[in-house]
Design a protein around this ligand. Structure first.
Ligand code: ADP
Ligand code: MG
Ligand code: MG
Ligand code: MG
Length: 400
């Protein structure tokens, strides 16, 4: 980014920019609307009134708005997000928005308009069921996590790719908000008064603090593969038949289980919330769907990852079932541990989820918050005990 060129766009100036770039023909013949939540980035949807074609312009802002304050953030994350989308498009083009253009000086990515999709978190909260997400996200995870690894690329190419995804500012957010602040009385934490006792029981749990410190160390040091870095249900766009993963601005080389854990944690949070939110007539169906999706996401990931590893991993002599078992078991344990951290931070840390916070009944909301904390703790402690997703889904079923 050349800082002397960068400026945050407005709904007007973005059109001047697009016209200069030849991405629209006449700025008087288009509509433009900024739809992002404006905390970190702008998202402009631009529609050509004559051709009915549309595109999306995402622009990074140089700061994050956090509770009135502003946290400086590198604009280079726009390049990282765009390159992560382009890497994913090499493996699973049908599962990411197409990148049409980009401009590192303006921290801009111009991409496919996915307005016919809805954000998965919202779709789930509306009580919808998306039958393809386990297969699609399991495939997305296996293809991307494998193809950026040492086994797939070889150590030299891997290091060259990893160098492009050094993302200190965004990793710092995760290090603080996921692995540090929820475990002491940090200013950034945010939770209701009636949760004080549960929260303090976490802070006084020496065993838990130690386990989280180990997971934080893994997050900091284990550059296994290129991660999405923020794979919650707000980063997945869906229709009945299509799944698109967006928003990889936190991409970096880290432990594979972090992405899988993020997704499973968000399904888990939705499951816990649905025990309070779903109509009596639909709770059973929705719960069964969410548990099945947790199990199948892992199953699809595991099968595809194993196949890729046995086809292309390391050299002939080392490409064994035993090695595949070892790698996959390691990823599974990490998945559970990171899912636990991701679950806890959404209850007591800075950034919450609508699934839980939007539960209208106060007693139900408190119950869900306490269950989420306990589930997070169980995920972290049992990560070397629970051998398969069945252990997690059996635990969750016990909450119904
Ligand atoms: P942020 O990094 O600020 O969270 P996101 O990439 O998640 O930005 O986008 C924020 C919102 O903008 C999304 O929840 C979605 O509503 C909208 N959005 C983002 N990308 C697209 C797209 N390609 N097509 C349509 N809407 C989009
Ligand atoms: Mg946002
Ligand atoms: Mg983002
Ligand atoms: Mg987002």
């Amino acid at each position: 980014v050349r800082e002397n060129i960068y400026e945050p766009f407005t709904e007007q100036s973005v059109l001047v920019y697009l016209e200069q770039k030849g991405l629209i023909t006449d700025r008087r013949e288009v509509t433009c609307q900024e739809v992002g939540d404006g905390n970190l980035n702008y998202v402009f949807i631009v529609k050509d009134l004559q051709t009915d074609k549309s595109l999306v312009v995402k622009q990074a802002l140089p700061y994050a708005k956090v509770v009135g304050e502003s946290w400086p953030l590198s604009l280079d994350r726009a390049r990282i997000e765009r390159q992560a989308l382009q890497e994913a498009a090499k493996r699973v083009p049908e599962l990411v928005p197409q990148v049409f253009d980009y401009d590192d000086d303006y921290a801009v990515t111009v991409m496919e308009d996915l307005s016919d999709h809805v954000i998965l978190r919202k779709g789930l909260l509306d009580g919808n069921i998306y039958p393809n997400i386990a297969a699609d996200i399991g495939t997305y995870l296996a293809e991307n996590l494998f193809h950026a690894s040492d086994e797939a690329l070889g150590p030299v190419e891997k290091k060259k790719l990893a160098r492009q995804f050094v993302n200190p500012d965004l990793c710092d957010i995760t290090e603080k908000l996921v692995f540090t602040d929820p475990y002491y009385n940090a200013e950034s934490n945010s939770y209701p008064d009636n949760l004080q006792e549960s929260v303090e029981s976490l802070w006084h749990d020496d065993r838990l603090i130690f386990e989280v410190a180990k997971l934080k160390k893994q997050f900091l040091t284990e550059g296994e593969t290129l991660l999405h870095g923020d794979l919650h249900t707000g980063s997945v766009f869906v229709t009945e038949t299509s799944t698109k993963v967006i928003d990889p601005e936190f991409a970096f080389y880290g432990p594979a289980g972090f992405d899988i854990g993020a997704f499973i944690a968000n399904l888990t949070l939705n499951y816990i919330a649905q025990q309070e939110r779903a109509d009596d007539s639909r709770r059973h169906e929705i719960s069964a769907y969410l548990l099945e999706t947790i199990e199948q996401t892992w199953a699809v990931f595991e099968e595809r990852y194993r196949t890729l590893l046995l086809e292309k991993g390391f050299d002939d002599r080392q490409r064994t079932e035993q090695y595949a078992d070892y790698v996959i078991h390691k990823i599974w344990q990490d998945t559970l541990g990171f899912a636990g951290c991701k679950t806890i931070r959404r209850i007591i840390g800075l950034a919450h989820v609508e699934d839980i916070d939007g539960i209208e009944n106060a007693a139900g909301r408190l119950q869900a918050q306490q269950r989420a904390i306990e589930t997070g703790r169980s995920l972290i402690f049992n990560r070397s005990v629970w051998r398969s997703p069945k252990s997690l889904t059996a635990y969750l079923k016990g909450l119904e």
